[in-house]
Design a protein around this ligand. Structure first.
Ligand code: CUA
Length: 328
């Protein structure tokens, strides 16, 4: 087989995943061969023609062998586990300085939005050698964000956020697949991830931002399918919704206590709840506090906020989360 196409290793952890995979793969081959050889050896060595055919040998056991085999196997499994855990920790740990991109998966396309408000569909450009954090949610059913060249896959779930943290290492164009069966056109839910140098990325964004200021329709020259472009960033839309939907009546953004808690400087901090427990404030907490506000009430406040589940659209909730988490 000469024409095996090797999948590119395009993220900082891709080579680690491949190395772990190879270790397990070759280890399995070696174990298989050892087991087969021993099996044949024992069949010959302990054949009934070589022993007393009328009497089964009495086996007393051998503590040293048993303990060393058990500990040896445990050690091997722990190597796999610790190696896997360390890489998994890298994957799930969010870099707070990462470039954030929001992703909405829906039947059957990928919608992306940069923090400057630029939206694209099924195609996203990211800079190489820069931590990128995709904050993802689904509009309808379960999907899964899968980029084989990055060796990473993450479920995208309705009504919550999951994140996909990646540092791309090699410029190029990579396939994005949906890896969770999500209906008729699941197999056509394809996207492209373009990795460019950080300088090119800067140009890519500043050109668009300049065009926006001049009011030129964006991306007409490129092949990017652009979703409805709004001039406002998600956080700006959130600020508007914050006023329009009446949040502002009960929540200050300047640290002042009103009917509800102040909302500035929350992200990453711990908050004490009415039941005495503590939670860390992340995107999911903010989202839940909007859609299902009485689920986790902050200590010292009455559970009187209306539930906005179904009242606000997904885009409105996302914009409010973007706004609130950015408040300093
Ligand atoms: Cu979306 Cu499968």
């Amino acid at each position: 087989m000469n024409n095996v196409i090797k999948l590119p290793e395009a993220s900082s952890i891709a080579s680690h995943v491949d190395a772990l995979y190879s270790l397990i793969y070759y280890f399995s081959w070696v174990s298989f061969i050892i087991v087969m050889i021993l099996m044949v050896y024992f069949v010959v060595r302990y054949h009934r023609s070589r022993t007393n055919p009328d009497k089964t040998a009495y086996i007393t056991g051998h503590h040293l062998t048993e303990i060393s085999v058990s500990l040896g196997l445990l050690a091997i499994v722990m190597v796999f586990f610790i190696w896997g855990w360390l890489d998994y920790k890298t994957m799930i740990t969010a870099d707070r300085n990462a470039l954030e991109i929001s992703v909405t998966a829906k039947q059957w396309l990928w919608e992306f939005e940069y923090t400057n408000g630029r939206k694209t569909m099924n195609e996203i450009t990211i800079p190489a050698n820069t931590p990128v954090r995709f904050v993802m949610t689904a509009a309808d059913v379960l999907h899964s964000f899968y980029v084989p060249a990055f060796r990473m896959k993450q479920d995208v779930v309705p009504n919550t956020y999951t994140s996909y943290n990646v540092t791309a290492t090699a410029p190029g164009e990579y396939d994005l697949f949906c890896a969770e069966f999500c209906g008729t056109a699941h197999s056509k839910m394809l996207g492209k991830i373009k990795v460019v140098s950080p300088e090119e990325y800067k140009k890519f964004q500043s050109r668009w931002e300049a065009e926006q200021r001049l009011g030129i329709s964006s991306d007409s020259s490129s092949s990017t399918t652009t979703a409805s472009t709004t001039s406002a960033t998600p956080a700006e839309r959130g600020a508007k919704n914050f006023a329009d939907k009446g949040c502002i009546a009960c929540h200050s953004v300047t640290g002042q206590k009103l009917v509800g808690p102040a909302l500035n400087g929350l992200l990453g901090t711990d908050v004490e709840l009415a039941d005495g427990s503590k939670v860390k404030i992340d995107e999911n907490y903010i989202r839940e506090s909007i859609t299902n506000s009485t689920a986790k009430v902050v200590a010292g406040y009455a559970p009187i906020m209306p539930l906005f589940q179904g009242t606000l659209s997904d885009d409105e909730v996302n914009s409010l989360v973007a706004y609130i988490k950015g408040l300093k």
